[in-house]
Design a protein. Structure first.
Ligand SMILES: C[S@@+](CC[C@H](N)C(=O)[O-])C[C@H]1O[C@@H](n2cnc3c(N)ncnc32)[C@H](O)[C@@H]1O
Length: 156
């Protein structure tokens, strides 16, 4: 398991959880996740989570959003065929932004079949602090699962 976090406090908090839970399979990159994605070998990830990323709500800051064309290309490269990209947010505009970009990207397919698929967090998907905050504030998070389409020779 590989976690990315840019802020030292976040890394310290993650290390505390790793120690408390006795996890032995965690690696932490204290750097920008874009860089990490770009350095991963092709087809090396079986599942990627992006949980409650900063929504950058102002239009002039949208270019800072994690989900954007060039990052999706890096993600598509690193994910194995059939691997999942899981995304959660409580921000309606960012949700619409992500759906529009993932549905338009040739390497991804949205796995949802029923409303419960995006309204209810699957059991094998860990809860987070920001999810708790959203629920406590009366906001309903969404949970989107996308699958990396199988590569065909010469295709993305
Ligand atoms: C809104 S918090 C959500 C934290 C956690 N995922 C949760 O759901 O409780 C966003 C986190 O992403 C981290 N972050 C923001 N941009 C990042 C980047 N480019 N690479 C790695 N971490 C980043 C921030 O430091 C912050 O800890």
């Amino acid at each position: 398991m590989l976690g990315c976090e840019v802020f030292q406090n976040g890394v310290a908090s993650l290390l505390r959880h790793v120690r408390e839970q006795g996890l032995a399979n965690v690696r932490i990159a204290e750097t920008d996740s874009f860089r990490v994605l770009g350095s991963l070998p092709e087809t090396s990830i079986g599942r990627a989570f992006l949980l409650f990323p900063d929504p950058w709500p102002k239009a002039r800051h949208h270019r800072r959003r994690f989900v954007r064309g060039e990052v999706l290309d890096l993600l598509a490269r690193a994910l194995a065929d059939g691997a999942e990209f899981r995304f959660a947010t409580d921000h309606a505009d960012y949700c619409a932004w992500v759906l529009a970009r993932l549905l338009a990207h040739p390497a991804f397919a949205w796995a949802a079949e029923h409303p419960a698929d995006w309204r209810v967090r699957p059991a094998d998907w860990p809860p987070t602090r920001y999810e708790e905050r959203a629920l406590a504030a009366g906001r309903s998070p969404v949970f989107l699962t996308f699958q990396r389409r199988p590569r065909r020779s010469g295709a993305t």
